[in-house]
Design a protein around this ligand. Structure first.
Ligand SMILES: *Cc1c(COP(=O)(O)O)cnc(C)c1O
Length: 371
């Protein structure tokens, strides 16, 4: 048996919609699936508008530009997240300020945000790590008090909820990825959503090279734009996935419940949580080896690998990334929780298409080698 960490789960109308693009010749960056994805995905999130683009990373870049953030501004973000949360800030010369993680949700610790504020702070980026939403009440309070914008990096959190409000509707602007291992996919792709249509119009402007919307002035450029356009073919794939999104989320939640049931007797494992106010979509099922674990993280992963079970280590914290040093971007090196998550954390196979047998097998292997 070989169990990958994650595979796309394409069991709806994906093929039919993609063929429709080919048969009608609408294969580039205009077409009905683009419009449909923008309106239906933003509606799913409970906001008014959306702009699709080429990836989650470019979605974050567009959001940052639409908000008017620029070189020298500072943004607060978690250190325990994927590099893609940070790269667009570096592209723009924006200075990152890193907040350590909570030891149970692995999200940014809201109580440590304020100590990183400066007169140059313009925004807070929340990242719903592995599908668990950030506790937004303290974030909203701080943002309001200090007049900061909130960007959601919801790349791992399609369908997640904070107090019954969907990820994507929790800040000023939100970014999702449709990469192949995310909860829904377009192969490669992403979207920016917001209730502020003006911001979304700016995203559409920047994603299309900064062409002037006035046809008479089309080739006269006032700003640095990008080619971040998604194709109708990718949007077709994503439209079909969106029809199945509730099912895809339910499958991930079922996976998590089965893992928790089968692993909760192992006291040396820390399992993911779901706070009472949260709907966790368990993009990845993360576990952390506690101090008294019978084997090291490397040995644990090796044993699983020998039995055909794929795993991934947790994120290497952003404050440790060598590229920051190379660019002489100052960082804060006191993020002990994120450091220990990197040292001891991994995730197990988590795809929506995982079978009950595969989960049982994985848990049996863990029991065999850990007890
Ligand atoms: C996947 C991911 C992204 C980037 O998405 P891409 O589509 O791969 O560019 C950004 N942020 C987080 C937290 C992610 O997990």
């Amino acid at each position: 048996m070989r169990i990958p960490v994650c595979e796309p789960y394409l069991t709806g109308k994906e093929k039919g919609y993609v063929l429709d693009c080919l048969e009608t010749n609408w294969i580039s960056s205009a077409g009905k699936y683009i419009d449909r994805l923008e309106s239906e995905f933003s509606e799913y999130c409970g906001v008014s508008s959306g702009a699709v683009c080429t990836s989650g990373t470019t979605a974050i870049h567009l959001a940052v530009k639409a908000l008017g953030l620029k070189a020298g501004d500072e943004i607060i973000l978690p250190t325990f997240t994927m590099m893609a949360s940070l790269l667009p800030l570096i592209y723009e010369g924006i200075i990152p300020r890193f907040v350590d993680a909570e030891s149970d949700t692995w999200n940014m610790k809201p109580s440590e945000i304020e100590q990183h504020l400066s007169p140059n702070t313009k925004a807070i980026m929340v990242v719903h790590i592995y599908g668990h939403p950030v506790d937004m009440n303290p974030v909203w309070k701080i943002a309001q008090k200090h007049k900061l914008k909130i960007i959601e990096d919801a790349a791992e959190a399609h369908g997640a909820e904070f107090e019954n409000k969907k990820a994507g509707s929790l800040g000023d602007i939100a970014c999702f990825s449709f990469y192949a291992n995310k909860i829904m996919t377009s192969g490669e792709g992403g979207i920016v959503v917001s209730d502020n249509n003006e911001l979304i119009q700016k995203c559409k402007y920047y994603r299309n090279l900064g062409f002037d919307p006035d046809p008479e002035k089309r080739f006269i450029h006032q700003d640095v734009g990008h080619n971040y356009r998604m194709t109708n073919i990718q949007a077709a794939l994503a439209c079909a996935q969106l029809e199945s999104l509730d099912l895809l989320v339910q499958k991930r939640r079922n996976n998590a419940n089965q893992y928790i049931e089968r692993l909760s007797d192992l006291n040396w494992l820390q399992l993911p949580v779901e706070k009472p106010w949260a709907k966790n979509v368990y993009w990845m099922f993360g576990i952390v080896l506690k101090e008294d674990a019978p084997l090291s993280l490397d040995d644990f992963r090796k044993k699983l690998k020998e039995k055909g079970v794929d795993t991934r280590r947790f994120f290497y914290p952003l404050h440790r990334q060598p590229v920051l040093k190379k660019l002489e971007i100052e960082s804060n090196f006191d993020c002990p929780v994120a450091d220990s998550l990197w040292k001891n954390g991994l995730y197990l196979p988590s795809g929506s298409g995982l079978s009950e047998d595969q989960i049982k097998y994985t848990c049996d292997v863990i029991h065999e080698h850990g007890a």
